[in-house]
Design a protein around this ligand. Structure first.
Ligand code: GDP
Ligand code: MG
Length: 681
């Protein structure tokens, strides 16, 4: 009929729609091979089926049961996998081992166990037991495949294996870590209702549980503390293909639909091993099983967490190093350094957090702390390197900016320094702040302190130079003042010659420093306008005074040069010998006592020599510098401070005396001759 046709058409359309988006078919991997070796390719497989970065968001299912009970057939029908199924025509055994495949349902991995049928060979029994252990240690759901006619046969093969599983479970988990046992009763004829079969199986399971030797703290435990139980049945696949596939579809819903009342997954079943750590975890577990060692799953989980968190931290660190590498060798200003190293830190920690946070929290935290410490140490190194560069640049800038300020025709030392200093420090702080990263302990305080110190030191040096310049200017004035005043004083040599010279010198010195005097609370101090501490100013003033005393030292010697002294003595002799009391030139007459006048004049001239030879005050003391300048003068190479007042040595005096005598003598002879001539005329 047409309605039947349209119904068929509708089905065809539906089928078409289904065909357009067929469920994915995934390849499989032999996790453990026939030689009981764990595969190296599990991570690659998980990557290939797109589950490696699933974190905890995946499920793992295993199947149990005797050989050739249609396990692989069931898995393939249920999950769209392609596990090997025994070829009916050849009765060929499939490859031994444990296989894994991603299921067509969302994020489910399925493990199929292949063994041999016989229970006669001890070796196979051993593999079966180990496989069961492995399945339990890793899987959330264990599908127990059992023929209907085996139900109630307490001695049946599956029940023996279940006893092993229960026993092992007690030793695996110190505290209950639940799993779901999903019994699938095969070749269900339907005469015995499922509920009856389930009741029989439950009773058997409880009997097995009771018969177990349990540790003390679990004596009162029930099977349901460790396992959730579900029961379902399937008709004969070959005899009732359509009801079989309908029933399989119904079971499939339990793995897919969260609202299904029989939804198989529960958070408490998960082994909490992130997908990217599963391979190591499973390998460790298998090795422990192989060595017949006691399995301690929580320890295994911590070990895996440690291993993986370290691996992930290493990845994060590598990325961080890559990111900061370009700035590590920097030698100058890097604009926006903080914007380079800050995100590098954030990215690295994000890499770590996104993967490692799924592992045991304690391990995750500890390794994170290590990573953060490592990163922050590196950042601190980079930052401290950078601020030391900033320091260097700042100091150069300070020096050049001061040089240009002090090169201007009219500058004020203090203002120039202050401007350069604040500009330099501002620039440094700005750049150092820009390169900081919020939330880290990067600080530039000590570098700023050291920069400030270096600047102060530079200022000190500049101040000393400036003081020296000032000193030179003052010394020049003192020199010219003394040059102006000393000749007049020397013109009238007398006993108080040196009192007048020293007085004049002090007067000139005081006047030259008068501009810098400041009176405060009745105390006179100095201010050269260069800043600096009181102690520094004292040193600078003493330096200027010392320079002035040096000028005096030189002038004293200049005015006491043997030639000058001879001239002065000669003038004195001439004045006395050639001029009378009224300062009128003598015209010698025969009655004059030339010898007498000659002797008196020479004696009086000779008496002046000690006055010029040693600087001695009227009170008999020699002229000597003020105590505050003595140390600096002692250090001065030009000056022999011991000899300060000694202007002519004994050996210098003798030629002066003899020269004067010779000159006087010749004047005497001239005088004598002139009287003789006047007689002759
Ligand atoms: P496995 O060794 O448990 O994985 O079993 P297989 O899936 O390889 O199947 C073994 C044999 O059982 C094959 O020849 C299948 O055709 C057959 N078989 C599959 N499903 C059923 C079923 O529901 N009932 C029966 N009686 N045989 C089945
Ligand atoms: Mg199989």
């Amino acid at each position: 009929t047409s309605s039947a046709i349209s119904g068929e058409l509708a089905e065809a359309v539906n089928t078409e729609v289904a065909v357009i988006t067929p469920p994915p078919v995934y390849s499989q991997i032999q996790v453990i091979n026939e030689d009981k070796e764990f595969s190296n390719n599990v991570n690659a497989y998980l990557q290939k089926v797109d589950l490696l970065s699933a974190g905890l968001n995946y499920h793992l299912i295993s199947v149990f049961g005797s050989q050739s009970t249609g396990k692989s057939t069931l898995l393939n029908a249920l999950f769209g996998t392609t596990f090997d199924v025994m070829d009916e025509t050849k009765r060929r055994q499939t490859t031994k081992g444990i296989w894994m495949s991603r299921a067509k349902q969302d994020r489910i991995l399925v493990m199929d166990v292949e063994g041999t049928d016989g229970r006669e060979r001890g070796e196979d029994q051993d593999f079966e037991r180990k496989a069961a252990l492995f399945a339990l240690a890793t899987s959330e759901v264990l599908i127990v495949n059992i023929w209907e006619h085996q139900v109630g046969l307490y001695q049946g093969a599956n029940m023996g294996l279940l006893k092993t599983v229960f026993e092992v479970n007690l030793s695996l988990f110190s505290s209950p870590n639940k799993s779901l046992l999903l019994f699938v009763i095969r070749d269900h004829i339907g005469v015995t209702p499922l509920d009856n079969l389930a009741a029989t199986l439950t009773a058997d399971l409880e009997r097995i549980w009771d018969s177990l030797i349990k540790p003390n703290h679990l004596l009162d435990s029930k099977i349901t503390d460790f396992f959730s139980l579900q029961f379902t049945a399937l008709p004969h696949k070959i005899l009732q293909p359509q009801p079989f596939s309908k029933a399989v579809n119904a079971i499939g819903h339990r793995f897919e639909l969260k609202h299904d009342e029989n939804y198989v997954f529960d958070k408490s079943y998960h082994r909490n091993v992130p997908a990217d750590g599963w391979s190591i975890y499973a390998q460790n577990v298998w090795e422990q099983i192989e060595l017949n060692k006691d399995l301690d799953l929580p320890t295994q989980q911590v070990l895996v967490a440690r291993f993986r968190c370290e691996e992930i931290a290493a990845q994060a660190w590598e990325r961080f190093e890559n990111d900061v590498n370009p700035v590590e060798g920097m030698s100058g200003l890097v604009a926006g350094l903080g914007d380079i190293i800050g995100p590098a830190r954030t990215t690295a920690l994000e890499i770590y957090d996104s993967q490692a946070s799924r592992y045991t929290p304690k391990v995750y935290e500890v390794k994170k702390k290590e990573l953060v410490a490592k990163i922050d140490t590196k950042l601190a190194q980079i930052y401290s390197h950078y601020i030391s560069i900033l320091h260097k640049i700042a100091l150069q800038k300070f020096n050049s900016s001061v040089a240009s300020e002090l090169g201007k025709p009219h500058y004020t030392f203090l203002d120039s320094i202050q401007t350069a200093k604040s500009e330099t420090l501002d620039t440094f702080v700005e750049a150092a702040t820009e390169a900081q990263i919020a939330g880290t302990l990067l600080s530039f305080e000590s570098e700023l302190q050291s920069l400030t110190y270096d600047i102060e030191e530079a200022v000190s040096r500049l101040r000393a130079l400036e003081a020296k310049k000032l000193g030179t200017r003052i010394t020049r004035r003192v020199t010219s003042d003394l040059d102006d005043k000393f000749p007049k004083i020397y013109k009238t040599p007398s006993e108080d010659l040196w009192d007048r010279i020293v007085l004049t010198f002090r007067d000139v010195l005081v006047k030259s420093l008068a501009n810098f005097e400041v009176e405060k609370d009745g105390v006179v101090t100095y201010d050269l306008g260069l800043g600096g501490t009181a102690a520094e100013v004292v040193i600078e003033i003493d330096q200027i005074k010392m320079e002035a005393w040096k000028v005096l030292y030189r002038k004293m010697r200049e005015f006491s040069k043997p030639d000058s002294v001879l001239i002065r003595l000669r003038e004195h002799f001439e004045d006395s010998f050639k001029y009378d009391d009224k300062d009128i030139p003598r015209v010698w007459k025969p009655s004059d006592d030339i010898s007498e006048i000659y002797s008196a004049s020479l004696k009086s001239a000779m008496l002046l020599l000690p006055l010029f030879a040693t600087a001695r005050l009227a009170n008999g003391e020699t002229v000597f510098p003020d105590p505050e300048v003595v140390p600096a003068l002692e250090r001065d190479e030009e000056i022999d401070i011991e000899q300060f007042p000694i202007l002519l040595s004994e050996s210098q005096k003798l030629p002066i005396q003899s020269d004067l005598k010779r000159i006087a003598d010749s004047m005497y002879v001239d005088a004598k001759r002139s009287t003789i001539q006047s007689i002759r005329q």
